[in-house]
Write a protein of this length. Structure first.
Length: 477
């Protein structure tokens, strides 16, 4: 990596970090506005940008858009209270782990249109002569003139290298690209684009977030925090399995774990929400649980655990947990859009034939981010509309419901893709199989007998009064 590429990467990281943190602040404002709308309230509308100065009276109130700034200042000024007997090393480490894992997972998520996959060259070393063996040096990608034309369209200012690769030396290493060329500058729509294991990288790094939760609960020297951490660890580990199974059919159809390749496939065909409605439903349910959002926020439910794993945290340490949660929402929302909703693609409007240049990548960036905001708004609407599950219901849904649906969806899709009973029309059997599997599992679960209550008091009717406390205690099982 030369100095120019390093500068581009660092600038991209800075822009992405600033953008995500800004959205985290205003995402909290959006959630408060949505909760006020659901509950028929007004919501925050007083804090503007006037800074209590008469000369800036025009910005007073300003629809409450100054509220995130006030919240940020409040977090910095709140008292740094640390309970006694905490394990200070892990107590301070936990918020950093929760935020950093969410930010690292965002590195491979494309938030706009990217260029074609860069060329790959086999550069294995011949150990006998300690130098590249010309028999090994062959171009893995691109291999056809059509693929070369795609790279030419993405890199018009390096056409002379492409011509040399086409006409003279078939072993030349073609230029690697990571965005659209505007003049001689490069616009990147991802920190680490073209990672062939992009989906696995997001899953692997996101799974590390459980360490922040467990460390917070264990190091806080609080029973409430410990119970919240135990719940969180069981919940996150359980829902990672159906989340991984939900994308298997997508990976089978595309033949790649590269997120850009998945978006490109949907742009050429149709969105995977059409082929895989059940997979999308499984993935959406799993990311609700992975983000600890209602109705799956059992690790921090206030009626039982005060605040859960972050009960003993205040000030900026508590803010790190909240920023990690919202950042995780942004990451998983981008991932959902890229996997099932076409990424930057809108059929008949924003397609592969859309004009290039600033207008092209700007429109695709707006479409991609707009879909992400819509998914997050759905997150927030569900939080203020549905009731919280019991913990046994939460775990039963993962192991008995989502796992069964994931297995049926994967096995049925593999059989359809391998046998292709209807030829080219066989892909349209996939949504039909998704509906059949969902109805079958739902119908079977409704016929199962309801599990008895674990605790019985012997009370037959709600309005019945027992003669004594001793009788009530004696009738318990």
């Amino acid at each position: 990596m030369n100095i120019t590429e390093l500068v581009v990467v660092l600038v991209t990281i800075g822009i992405v970090f600033a953008g995500v943190m800004t959205f985290v602040g205003y995402g909290s404002l959006l959630e408060r506005k949505i909760s006020a709308w659901v509950q028929d309230r007004i919501g925050p509308n007083r804090v503007g940008f006037d800074l209590n100065q008469p000369i800036l009276g025009l910005f007073k109130g300003f629809f409450g858009l100054g509220q995130p700034l006030a919240d940020g200042v409040k977090f910095f000024l709140k008292e740094e209270f640390i309970p006694k007997n905490v394990d200070k090393v892990f107590y301070f480490l936990a918020p950093a782990v929760a935020l950093s894992t969410a930010m690292i997972a965002f590195a491979v998520v494309p938030f706009g249109s990217t260029s074609v996959v860069p060329p790959l060259v086999d550069n294995r070393i011949d150990l006998a002569v300690s130098q590249p063996n010309p028999n090994y040096q062959h171009r893995v990608y691109p291999r056809t003139h059509g693929e070369l034309d795609k790279i030419r369209a993405a890199n018009p200012f390096r056409s002379e290298i492409l011509d040399q690769a086409r006409n003279q030396n078939p072993n030349i290493e073609l230029p690697k690209v990571a965005g659209f060329d505007l003049g001689r500058s490069e616009v990147r729509f991802g920190i680490a684009p073209h990672l062939d294991i992009g989906v696995l990288f997001v899953f692997a790094v996101s799974s590390l977030a459980v360490y922040g939760v467990v460390l917070a609960g264990w190091s806080s020297n609080s029973k409430y925090s410990l119970f919240g951490a135990l719940r969180a660890s069981a919940q996150l580990i359980s829902y990672e399995i159906p989340m991984g199974m939900s994308i298997l059919v997508v990976v089978f159809m595309v033949g790649s774990l590269n997120l850009q390749a998945i978006v490109e496939f949907q742009a050429r065909h149709t969105w995977f929400i059409v082929y895989q409605p059940l997979g999308c439903l499984l993935f959406l349910t799993a990311i609700f649980a992975e983000c600890n959002r209602l109705p799956f926020d059992l690790p921090e439910c206030e009626q039982e655990l005060v605040g859960g794993y972050h009960t003993e945290y205040s000030s900026m340490k508590f803010a790190c947990f909240m920023m990690g949660e919202y950042t995780h929402m942004v990451t998983t929302s981008f991932l959902l859009v890229a996997m099932f909703f076409g990424g930057w693609n809108i059929p008949f409007l924003v397609t592969q034939d859309f004009p290039g240049g600033a207008l092209g990548w700007g429109a695709k960036l707006v479409v991609f981010c707009g879909k992400m905001v819509a998914v997050i708004a759905f997150f927030m609407l569900v939080r203020w509309s549905l009731l919280r599950f019991r913990f046994d219901q939460l775990m039963g849904l993962a192991w008995k419901g989502l796992m069964t649906l994931g297995i049926l969806n994967t096995v049925g899709a593999v059989v359809i893709l391998q046998t292709r009973p209807l030829g080219e029309l066989s892909l349209w059997l996939l949504p039909a199989w998704s509906v059949i599997a969902l109805l079958a599992v739902t119908g079977y679960s409704m016929t199962r007998p309801k599990a008895p209550n674990r605790f019985r008091t012997g009370i037959k009717r709600v309005d019945q009064r027992l003669p004594s406390h001793q009788e009530l205690v004696g009738n318990r099982v």
